[in-house]
Design a protein around this ligand. Structure first.
Ligand SMILES: [Fe+2]
Ligand SMILES: [Fe+2]
Length: 275
């Protein structure tokens, strides 16, 4: 079946934050960039579903984060398509899981990992947990849940998560060079083996690393999407990446188009192709 998915990540609504003294996240532009994304989706792309891969916030305080997360939900609420949300590390600093569940309109008491059936595809959302400067993990309970989800699914699966499950070579990454423990999930080898064993996973999408990166591991593509508000220049005043993705699935292929200042296209064949 054909399916079109809009992707956006690392919106970082919040105060200006410098990194090494340089302006690397264009947080002031976040609302405008998100509105432009929504407009393009509604007018041009018309996706069946949109996935928000997390870090909606540049965290500041409980009160400010609550107001800003509500602002993000209001802007994304203008989308004609339904939206699937993933929790990012910055979202979970001052907001607790039930705050996010309420914002997402999920049933009270729900977990931050869940799955949704969309147009003949099973979309699985994972919740990876970051302890600032220490680790990114996924626990055994969630891995067991994932395995059961994959076993039960009668549809091809797409996995959405905030951190990466790939073994990315991080040299050249502004934020994470030399710091795999705060961007790659510690249990990634086990996580990948669960995905591989199912034979059902078409692709895995994530944000967090603020760059475009593709890994293909044992035939599964792991796609990392650039941040919407990343400054593609070295410092202020800067130029926003305005990154977002469009995933186009047909029975024969999976096409990922990354739009914005740093464009990319990835195409993967599904099943037999050609004549
Ligand atoms: Fe981020
Ligand atoms: Fe993040």
């Amino acid at each position: 079946m054909d399916l079109v998915i809009g992707l956006v990540t690392d919106l970082h609504f919040g105060p200006e934050a410098r990194f090494g003294g340089k302006l690397r996240k264009l947080t002031a532009q976040a609302p405008g960039l998100l509105r432009a994304f929504v407009e393009r989706m509604n007018r041009e792309v018309r996706p069946d579903v949109v996935v928000n891969l997390g870090d909606d916030l540049e965290d500041e305080s409980r009160e400010a984060d609550h107001a800003r997360y509500a602002e993000v939900m209001a802007i994304l609420g203008e989308l004609d398509a339904p939206v699937i949300h993933v929790a990012g590390n910055h979202d979970a600093v001052h907001l607790d899981p039930q705050d996010l569940v309420r914002f997402w309109g999920r049933p009270e008491g729900s977990a931050l990992h869940y799955s949704v059936e969309v147009g003949g595809y099973h979309i699985v959302v994972l919740h990876t947990v970051e302890v600032k400067d220490v680790s990114v993990t996924i626990d055994d309970v969630q891995l067991a849940w994932l395995q059961a989800e994959l076993e039960q699914s009668r549809s091809p699966v797409l996995v959405m998560m905030h951190h990466s499950a790939a073994d990315q070579h991080l040299v050249g990454n502004r934020w994470f060079e030399g710091l795999p423990h705060i961007c790659l999930v510690r249990q990634r080898a086990r996580l990948r083996s669960i995905l591989e064993a199912s034979g059902k996973v078409l692709a895995v999408f994530n944000g967090h690393l603020h760059w475009n990166h593709l890994d293909v591991i044992r035939s599964i593509p792991y796609v990392t999407l650039q941040s919407l508000i990343e400054n593609v220049e070295e410092d202020a005043p800067g130029r926003a990446a305005a990154a977002h993705g469009v995933v186009r699935l047909t029975p024969r292929r999976l096409l990922v188009e990354v739009e914005g200042a740093e464009r990319a296209r990835y195409q993967f064949a599904r099943g037999s192709t050609g004549e």
